[in-house]
Design a protein around this ligand. Structure first.
Ligand code: BGC
Length: 755
C-alpha cells in the first residue's frame, strides 16, 4: 500500500471513529488498519509513540502527554494524576482553567465506606471533570496494599486486605471509565513504602506475592478492565518492576489477559530498552535519554523491532479507539458539574467516617449544645489530602470549624482568638500553587500548649469540647512511629486536661482524628467520650463531620486496616522501612535518602494486618472492619448456597435501633480442614441500603470461587481451590462474628485452572 492510499484509509478510519463513536470498536476493522499504520511508521515515530513528551512539555498542567502522529490521524493522549480527583499542576504557566477541580475524600476514606456503588459514583464524577479539561487517562486508582501503617502513601490506597482493595479498585475503574476516560491501576506492584522507593528491592516469596500483593491487581484488572496500569518504582526480587518481563508479560498480560497500556511510573527504572522488551508500552514522562537508549539498543540488536512494535501497537490502539462509553456522557455545564460533585464529595466523606467510640451515646450531639470549644490546629486548618501527586488543589476546603458554623454552632471566643493569633493565615491552596502539590505545607505547625487555666476559662464559654488531632502524609516519604503513630506530649496533655475539666462539669469531649492511617489511642481513648475518624476527607470534610456529629447522617464507615495498640505489635514493624546501605548513591526521583535502605524483606509473609493479629492473638485497639453506628443491626437466617461460579451467603439484616442507618456486612472464610481456624480471611462484603428502624433487608454476599482459591507454589500449577469444609462467618468486623455456616467444596485440583 502506498502512503497516498494509506492517507485516504486513515481519513476513513477517522470518519469511521466519528460515526461509530458510540459503538464498540470493531475488532475486525481497527486492528487491520492498525497494522497498516504500524508498518508505515518510521523507527523514530515508533520510538516517540512509546515515550511520553516529557513532564515539562506536557501542556495545560497535565501530568503526561503522548506523541501524536498527525499524518495518520493518531491523536495525543493526555494523562492526568489522580486518585483523589484530578491533579492539575498549578505551578505550570500556561494554564487557562477558570475553575479548580473537586477534592474528593482520599482513597482510604472512600474505601472505609465499603460501598462499591458510592465509589463508582465518585469515579464517574472524577471522570467527568477529566473530560472537561480534555484528559484521556487518569493516573489512578492506587491499589497497593497497606502493608505497614507507616507507609507514606497509604492514604492513596484502600486497605490492608487484597479482596476489599481489588473490589473497591474495580468499582473506581468502572466509574471513571463509564464516561469515556481511561483509568490506570498503580503502582504494579509492591510499592508499599516510600523510603528510597526508586532503588528499594522488595524481597517477597511467590505465594505471598500472589495471594496478597498481586491479588488486588488481579481482581481489579479482571473485573474493572482498566485502560492502563502503571508499574512501580521499586524492584521486585532484584528486578525493577518496569523491567520485569515475567511480571508484565507473563503474569499481567498472558495469565490475566490484560490488554491495555502498561506505563512506567515517572522516571523509574534504569533501562528504557529493557522496559520495552519486558512489555512496557509507554515510558513516562519520556525523555531524550529514553529515546536514544531505545534507538541504540535497536541498532545493537539488544532490542528487536518486533518487541518495539508490540509496545507501539497497544499505544496506537488506545489512542485511536475511544472507550465505547465516550459519548454516553454529554458534557454538563461546568458550574453544574462542580455543584453536583461538591454534594457528592460531602456524601462520600460522611459515608467513610468511622465512629470508634461513643460512650453513653454522647453522639449525636444533644440539642442543648450550642457553643463548642475547638481545640487542635486541625479544627481550624483541617487536612483534606496528603502531599504529592495525589493532591487535588480544590477551590476551597471546609475546615471543621466552618462545618460547625454552617450548622449554627457558636464557638468559644477566647479559644478562637488564641488560635487565630497562633496559626498562620489559612490558604487552601498553600502547597498547590508551587511544586504541584509536593511542597511543604506552611500551615503545618506544632500544636500550641493550652494551659489548664486557659482551658478553665474556655470551658465557661462552651457546652462541649472538640479536639482535632491531625497528621499529614505525603509521597516520597514514610511516616515515623514517633511523629505519626504516637501522640505528642502536647496532644496527650491537651486531651487529658480538657477531659478532666469538661467531664467535671458533665460536658462532653469529642476527639476527631483527621489522620491518614491508624494512630495510637490506648493512652488517651478513655479520656474521650466519643472518637470519630474523619480521615483526610476532601474539600467538604468540615460539613461531613457535622453531618455525622449532629446525627443528620448515621455513621456507617468501617476500618479498612487494623489499629494496633502498639506499633511493635505488627510483624511488619521489624525491618520497616528496610535494611542495608548502598555504597554509591542511587539517583532517584522523588527524594529521600538515596543510599539506604536497599531492601525490605516481607518475612512476615501473609501475616499482614488482621491476618497477623488473628494469628498472634494480640489484642488490638480497633480491629479491621470495625465501625460503630447510632443504631444496632441484627443478623438472622444466614445460609449458604453453592452455585456454579460462586458461593452465596444469604442473610436477613434488621435495624433494631431507633434511627435509620446502613450496615456493613463482612464475610470471612477459612478451610477448616487445614487445621488453623483462626486464620479467617475476608472473602466478600456488602453495604446495605439505609434501613429505617425495624426494617429488614435480605442481603446476599456473593463470593466467586476465585476469592477462595489459594496459590499452589509447590509446582507450576498456580491458583487452585482446595477440597475442604469451608466455614463462613458473617461479621461486623474481623473480630465481631454475628453468625456462621459451612459447606463442603470438592475444589478443583491444581493445574486444572491456571491464571
Ligand atoms: C507517582 C505516580 C504519579 C506520577 C506522576 C509519581 O511520582 O508515583 O503515582 O502518577 O508521579 O505524577
Amino acid at each position: 500500500m502506498t502512503i497516498k492510499t494509506l492517507k485516504s484509509t486513515s481519513i476513513v478510519i477517522l470518519l469511521w471513529v466519528a460515526c461509530h463513536i458510540n459503538a464498540k470498536p470493531s475488532s475486525a476493522l481497527i486492528p487491520y488498519h492498525l497494522k497498516e499504520i504500524l508498518s508505515n511508521l518510521s523507527v523514530q515515530e515508533k520510538i516517540e509513540l512509546v515515550t511520553g513528551v516529557g513532564y515539562e512539555q506536557s501542556p495545560q498542567g497535565m501530568t503526561g502527554y503522548t506523541t501524536s502522529i498527525e499524518r495518520f490521524g493518531v491523536p495525543h493522549m493526555a494523562l492526568l494524576d489522580g486518585p483523589q480527583g484530578i491533579r492539575i499542576d498549578w505551578s505550570k504557566k500556561d494554564l487557562n482553567y477558570s475553575i479548580r477541580p473537586t477534592a474528593f475524600p482520599t482513597a482510604t476514606a472512600l474505601a472505609s465506606s465499603w460501598d462499591k456503588k458510592l465509589v463508582f459514583k465518585v469515579g464517574e464524577a472524577i471522570g467527568k471533570e477529566a473530560r472537561h479539561i480534555n484528559a484521556d487517562i487518569i493516573l489512578g486508582p492506587g491499589i497497593n496494599l497497606q502493608r505497614n501503617l507507616l507507609g507514606g502513601r497509604n492514604f492513596e490506597y484502600y486497605s490492608e486486605d487484597p479482596i476489599l482493595t481489588g473490589r473497591i479498585g474495580a468499582s473506581m475503574v468502572m466509574g471513571i471509565q463509564s464516561v469515556g476516560v481511561g483509568a490506570t491501576l498503580k503502582h504494579f506492584v509492591a510499592n508499599n513504602s516510600e523510603t528510597n522507593r526508586a532503588a528499594l528491592d522488595i524481597v517477597v516469596d511467590e505465594k505471598t506475592l500472589r495471594e496478597l500483593y498481586l491479588r488486588g491487581f488481579k481482581i481489579a484488572v479482571q473485573d474493572g478492565q482498566p485502560r492502563a496500569i502503571m508499574t512501580a518504582y521499586n524492584l521486585l526480587n532484584g528486578v525493577h518492576t518496569s523491567q520485569d518481563r515475567r511480571l508484565i508479560t507473563q503474569i499481567l498480560k498472558k495469565e490475566w489477559g490484560f490488554e491495555g497500556i502498561v506505563m512506567t511510573d515517572w522516571m523509574s527504572g534504569t533501562d528504557a530498552a529493557q522496559q520495552i522488551s519486558a512489555g512496557v508500552n509507554l515510558i513516562m514522562p519520556g525523555s531524550s535519554d529514553d529515546r536514544s537508549s531505545i534507538k541504540k539498543s535497536l541498532q545493537s540488536g539488544r532490542l528487536r523491532m518486533e518487541q518495539l512494535d508490540q509496545s507501539v501497537e497497544e499505544v496506537l490502539r488506545s489512542a485511536i479507539n475511544p472507550l465505547p462509553t465516550l459519548h454516553s456522557y454529554k458534557l454538563l455545564n461546568k458550574e453544574k458539574l462542580l455543584k453536583n460533585n461538591r454534594s457528592l464529595a460531602r456524601v462520600a466523606a460522611a459515608n467513610g467516617m468511622v465512629l470508634l467510640r461513643n460512650k453513653g451515646k454522647t453522639l449525636p450531639l444533644k440539642s442543648n449544645i450550642r457553643e463548642i470549644a475547638f481545640f487542635g490546629n486541625g479544627s481550624y486548618h483541617s487536612l483534606i489530602s496528603g502531599l504529592g501527586s495525589g493532591r487535588v488543589c480544590s477551590t476551597y476546603r471546609v475546615n471543621i470549624i466552618e462545618g460547625a458554623s454552617n450548622f449554627g454552632y457558636g464557638q468559644s471566643k477566647l479559644l478562637e482568638e488564641i488560635m487565630r493569633n497562633y496559626l498562620p493565615k489559612s490558604n487552601p491552596h498553600s502547597v498547590c500553587d508551587y511544586g504541584g502539590g509536593f511542597g511543604r505545607d506552611p500551615e503545618l505547625i506544632d500544636e500550641r500548649d493550652i494551659s489548664e487555666k486557659e482551658i478553665g476559662l474556655i470551658e465557661r464559654q462552651s457546652d462541649a469540647a472538640i479536639i482535632t488531632i491531625r497528621r499529614l502524609p505525603g509521597e516520597g516519604k514514610d511516616l515515623s512511629e514517633e511523629d505519626h503513630f504516637e501522640v505528642s506530649q502536647t496532644e496527650l496533655s491537651l486531651v487529658r486536661s480538657v477531659s478532666d475539666i469538661y467531664r467535671n462539669k458533665k460536658k462532653p469531649v469529642i476527639v476527631i482524628l483527621n489522620v491518614p492511617a491508624p494512630i495510637e489511642t490506648e493512652s488517651w481513648a478513655d479520656h474521650a467520650d466519643a472518637i470519630l475518624v474523619s480521615w483526610l476527607g476532601g474539600q467538604e470534610m468540615g460539613n461531613a463531620v457535622f453531618d455525622i456529629l449532629t446525627g443528620k447522617q448515621n455513621p456507617s464507615g468501617h476500618l479498612t486496616a487494623s489499629w494496633p495498640k502498639k506499633y511493635s505489635d505488627l510483624q511488619s514493624a521489624s525491618g520497616f522501612p528496610g535494611i542495608g546501605t548502598s555504597e554509591k548513591l542511587i539517583p532517584i526521583f522523588g527524594g529521600g535518602d538515596m543510599a539506604k535502605p536497599t531492601k525490605i524483606e516481607y518475612l512476615e509473609q501473609d501475616s499482614v494486618g488482621y491476618r497477623d493479629i488473628l494469628q498472634s492473638q494480640k489484642s488490638v485497639a480497633y480491629p479491621f472492619g470495625f465501625g460503630m453506628h447510632y443504631t444496632e443491626f441484627e443478623l438472622s437466617n444466614m445460609y449458604i448456597k453453592q452455585r456454579p461460579h460462586n458461593v452465596e451467603v444469604l442473610m436477613t439484616i434488621t435495624n433494631i435501633g431507633e434511627v435509620s442507618g446502613a450496615d456493613v456486612i463482612q464475610v470471612y472464610s477459612v478451610n477448616s480442614d487445614k487445621g488453623d481456624v483462626t486464620f479467617r480471611e475476608l472473602k466478600g462484603f456488602r453495604k446495605t441500603d439505609i434501613l429505617s428502624p425495624n426494617q429488614s433487608a435480605d442481603v446476599t454476599v456473593t463470593i466467586p470461587y476465585r476469592e477462595l482459591e489459594i496459590f499452589n507454589n509447590d509446582n507450576d500449577c498456580g491458583w487452585m481451590l482446595e477440597k475442604g469444609t469451608y466455614l463462613f462467618f458473617a461479621a461486623h468486623s474481623s473480630q465481631h462474628i454475628m453468625s456462621s455456616g459451612m459447606i463442603k467444596l470438592k475444589g478443583y485440583p491444581s493445574c486444572e485452572k491456571n491464571g
